[in-house]
Design a protein around this ligand. Structure first.
Ligand SMILES: Cc1ncc(COP(=O)(O)O)c(C=O)c1O
Length: 428
C-alpha cells in the first residue's frame, strides 16, 4: 500500500539511516555502540537546570511588575513565533562565538533541526535552486532536502573538510542543474567526519560565496567542544557581507531534551524586510512557537552564568576530551597495522573517522552487532561518494571508558575476520 501513498523519495535509503541504527541497537541490547552521536546523560543535570524556571518567573515578575501567577499563566499560553529569549541568546552568541547580531535577527527554534527545515522551506525554490552539501553530510539536512524535493550537489571533503577549490567545482556542476543557492556545512568538528575547516580556507570560502551570491549555512552544534589548541572563529563572526546563515543547537551544550536551537538570519530581503522576520512566517506554519517553558529554562541557565555556556560546557568538554583520547589510544593498540587501517585525530567534537581495508555496509553492521557485540556507523550512510565505502564513523560521546576499550577490541576482532575472509575471497 505504501507504494501508492508515500512520496517516491521514501525509497531513498537516507530516510532509513536512523531507523536502521535504532533497530540494530534494539535487536542487540548487549552490544557496545559507537553509532549514536548522543551526549552522555550523566552530564546533563536536568533537575537543577529545570529549577531555573522558578528564578525566571521571579525575575520576570519583578521586571514587569506583574504578579507571579500572571507570568506562570503566560508560560502556558501560545507565544511569540520567533521566541522571547532572543536578547539573552544574542548575548550568549556574542560571548561564546563573537557573533554580534540584534535579537530581531534571531529565531528561537525547536532544535537545530527546525532551523534547517525553516531554511529549506523558506529560501529554496524547488524548481530552480540547488543546495550544495559537504560530502559526507549530516543526514538531518540531506534527508530533509530529499523529502522536500530539493536538488543536492555534493562537495567532496578532504582531511580538512570543504576547500574553496572543491566548492568552486561544485558551483560549476550545480549550474547545469539550476541556481546554486546555498552551501550547507558543519565546519567545526564535523558530523560525521570530525574535520575542521582551517581559518585561511574559511576566508577563501567566504570570498567565493560572496562572489557567487551563495549563502553559507553554518551548522555549529559542536564548536564549543574544542579539545586542543584555539577554537577557530565561526564563519558567521568572520562574515561582513551577509553571506552566512547560522544555526546553533543547545542539544550538546545543555541537553537534547530541551529541543532548543536558534537560527541567525540578519540579512535584509530585497524588499527591505528583515530575513528573520520573513522566515518566522515559515515557523508559524510548522511549530507555531518554540516551547515557552523550555525557553525559560535556557534563559535562566544563561542568566545565572553571565550569558555564556562555558560553565555548563567545560565539565562536558573534559569528559569528551578524555573519551576521544581513550579511543585514539585504543585504535593505536587494536588497529596497529597502519598499512591496513587509518584514522583521523579530530581536535574536538564527538566523532572519529576510521578507514578499513574493506567495504563496510549495513550487512556488516548487522553481523558485527550480532556476532561481535559492537555497533559502528558506516560512512556510506552519509555519502554519495564510493570512496567512503570503506570508512566508519566512531562516536565516542556516549560510552564509558571500559566500553570504549572493550568495543574497540571487539571491532578489531570483527575486522580481522573480514580481512581473513577477503584473503580467501569469500564473504559470510
Ligand atoms: C550536525 C548536526 N546538526 C544538527 C543536529 C541536531 O541538533 P538538534 O538536536 O538541535 O536538532 C545534530 C545532532 O546530532 C548534528 O550532528
Amino acid at each position: 500500500v505504501s507504494e501508492f501513498i508515500m512520496k517516491r523519495c521514501f525509497g531513498d535509503p537516507i530516510l532509513d539511516v536512523m531507523n536502521f541504527l535504532n533497530q540494530v541497537i534494539l535487536e542487540n541490547p548487549q552490544a557496545i555502540s559507537f553509532a549514536p552521536g548522543r551526549p552522555l546523560e550523566s552530564l546533563f543535570d536536568v533537575e537543577n537546570t529545570f529549577k531555573g524556571i522558578y528564578n525566571y518567573v521571579q525575575a520576570e515578575a519583578h521586571r514587569s511588575s506583574k504578579p507571579t501567577e500572571t507570568v506562570w499563566g503566560s508560560l502556558g499560553q501560545y507565544s511569540w513565533t520567533s521566541g522571547f529569549i532572543n536578547q539573552t541568546i544574542a548575548k550568549q552568541l556574542f560571548h561564546d562565538e563573537n557573533i554580534n547580531v540584534c535579537p530581531e535577527s534571531i529565531i528561537i527554534t525547536v532544535g537545530a533541526q527546525e532551523a534547517m527545515a525553516i531554511l529549506l522551506l523558506g529560501i529554496f525554490d524547488v524548481n530552480e535552486d540547488v543546495l550544495l552539501v559537504s560530502d559526507p553530510t549530516y543526514v538531518g539536512m540531506t534527508g530533509l532536502a530529499k523529502l522536500l524535493g530539493i536538488r543536492l550537489v555534493p562537495i567532496p571533503c578532504g582531511s580538512n573538510g570543504v576547500t574553496a577549490e572543491a566548492l568552486l567545482l561544485a558551483i560549476g556542476k550545480a549550474s547545469s542543474q539550476g541556481r546554486a543557492r546555498a552551501i550547507y556545512d558543519v565546519p567545526d568538528f564535523n558530523n560525521p567526519l570530525g574535520t575542521s575547516v582551517p581559518l585561511e580556507e574559511r576566508l577563501k570560502l567566504l570570498d567565493l560565496c560572496h562572489e557567487h551570491k551563495l549563502l553559507y549555512i553554518e551548522d555549529n552544534p559542536y564548536g564549543m567542544f574544542c579539545y586542543d589548541g584555539e577554537k577557530l572563529p565561526t564563519f558567521k563572526s568572520l562574515d561582513k557581507r551577509g553571506s552566512v546563515l547560522y544555526i546553533a543547537s543547545y542539544s550538546k551544550t545543555v541537553f537534547p531534551g530541551l529541543r532548543l536551537g536558534c537560527l541567525v538570519a540578519d540579512q535584509m530581503t530585497s524588499e527591505g524586510g528583515r530575513l528573520a522576520l520573513e522566515l518566522s512566517k515559515v515557523k508559524s506554519l510548522i511549530t507555531v512557537n518554540t516551547s515557552s517553558i523550555c525557553q525559560c529554562i535556557l534563559a535562566s541557565a544563561l542568566a545565572s552564568n553571565n550569558y555564556t555556556l562555558e560553565p555548563l560546557v567545560s565539565p562536558k568538554r573534559e569528559y569528551y576530551r578524555r573519551c576521544r583520547d581513550i579511543l585514539l589510544d585504543c585504535l593505536s593498540i587494536e588497529f596497529a597495522d597502519r598499512t591496513l587501517f587509518d584514522w583521523n585525530c579530530p581536535r574536538g567534537g564527538f566523532f572519529i573517522t576510521l578507514t578499513l581495508p574493506f567495504k563496510c555496509d549495513s550487512e556488516d553492521v548487522r553481523r558485527c552487532a550480532r556476532d561481535y557485540g559492537v555497533i559502528v556507523c558506516p560512512m556510506m550512510f552519509f555519502s554519495a561518494d564510493s570512496n567512503r565505502n570503506s570508512q566508519v564513523r566512531l562516536s565516542f560521546s556516549y560510552l564509558a571508558e571500559h566500553d570504549i576499550r572493550e568495543g574497540t577490541r571487539r571491532f578489531s576482532r570483527f575486522c580481522q575476520e573480514r580481512i581473513r575472509q577477503l584473503a580467501y575471497g569469500k564473504r559470510v
